[in-house]
Design a protein around this ligand. Structure first.
Ligand code: VTB
Length: 333
């Protein structure tokens, strides 16, 4: 039954798209990487947006951006509601962040990514640009051992117990923000370790899926809601558990969420509720990271590293590409 369902879904998100989508994040990553370490977040983001949009519009899809660069009036490109693709092909919803971690890229620090997720129309949570409280762990744990409403200590103890290690061997990834002072204190008191990151919680959450490689066992704390949906899409494919709850502080934010179709803005969303059905996710490294190398430029080659995954099959592909068609990567192609 599950297999039949997966096959039906295959016809919507054609398998070919799984490879086609790689070009989209590759192009965005290369564009942004040219401005790595130049201290100009806006410029790096803009070139990534331009490149991603150009490449997306070549895909045989009838796509709608549901998580993008913002509202139409504030984001001239890849705004929420923008139609992308050749319009001949499956009707899909798209969540994207052409440069996740603009500040990381501007400072040339680890783990900035070009990211995209694609799902059948109606399958991605249309999260407004507010904060989201998030918790995530990788695959291989019994279902439900962590919970957004449990204490930080209980969640970390649960991970330690499931791994059969002392809590001191558990590392939590947390965004380095004053709002996380209490979480950080609780983790310290417990005696677990913290990986404090400046930005880039999409990468932080994906890193929980390979603790041996990344050293991160659990992600905790408040980051952007759009980034939360992107991370949920990735975990749907690669495996793991995640929950998220929008942080709504004003009536305006509540109204905004409801107008975007979030019927219960206070709900604790499961990973499946944030990204359901068949999902494709791709990320290309812009700067070097724990799982993906950043873009390399040499005299004759541009090299990229991308991870692309699909939920219905669970296939995760790591694609190292050497590009020789320099012209295609020019700013104005
Ligand atoms: C995170 C992080 C992003 O925003 O979601 C964060 O992953 C949350 O917002 O890279 P604040 O910076 O306001 O804390 C980013 O840092 C930037 O989008």
């Amino acid at each position: 039954m599950a297999r039949k369902k997966a096959q039906e879904n295959s016809s919507v998100l054609d398998r070919i798209l799984t490879l086609e989508i790689v070009r989209v994040t590759e192009r965005a990553a290369v564009a942004a990487a040219r401005l790595r370490g130049h201290g100009n977040e806006k410029a790096a983001d803009q070139v990534a947006v331009d490149a991603m949009r150009r490449e997306l519009n070549r895909l045989p899809i009838d796509g709608t951006v549901v998580i993008g660069e913002g509202e139409r009036d504030e984001a001239p490109m890849l705004y929420i509601g923008e139609r992308v693709g050749t319009k001949e092909g499956p009707k899909v919803d798209i969540a994207l962040d052409p440069l996740e971690g603009t500040t990381i890229c501007a400072k040339n620090l680890p783990n900035s990514l070009a990211v995209i997720a694609m799902a059948e129309h109606g399958s991605l949570l249309n999260a407004p640009d507010v904060y989201m409280d998030k918790i995530a762990i990788g695959p291989g744990f019994p279902e439900g051992i962590v919970d957004l409403d449990a204490t930080v200590a209980d969640n970390i103890r649960a991970v330690a117990a499931a791994k059969d290690v002392p809590v001191s061997s558990v590392t939590a990834c947390v965004l380095d923000r004053p709002r996380h002072a209490k979480i950080i204190e609780e983790i310290r008191e417990l005696g677990a370790a913290i990986r404090l990151i400046g930005d880039g919680d999409v990468a932080g959450i994906i890193h929980t899926t390979d603790p041996d490689e990344t050293g991160i066992d659990i992600y905790l704390g408040i980051g952007g809601a759009p980034e939360g949906v992107l991370a949920a899409a990735a975990l749907r494919c690669i495996g793991g558990q995640m929950q998220g709850r929008l942080v709504i502080n004003t009536k305006e934010q509540r109204d905004r969420a409801i107008s975007m179709g979030v019927t219960d803005p206070d709900k604790k969303f499961t990973m499946e509720e944030m990204a359901k059905g068949d999902v494709i996710f791709a990320a290309t490294g812009v700067t070097d990271g724990n799982m993906l190398s950043g873009v390399r430029f040499s005299k004759t080659l541009i090299s990229t590293e991308t991870v692309v995954m699909r939920s219905s099959t669970g296939t995760v592909r790591w694609i190292k590409a050497d590009h020789r068609d320099f012209d295609k990567f020019a700013f104005d192609d």
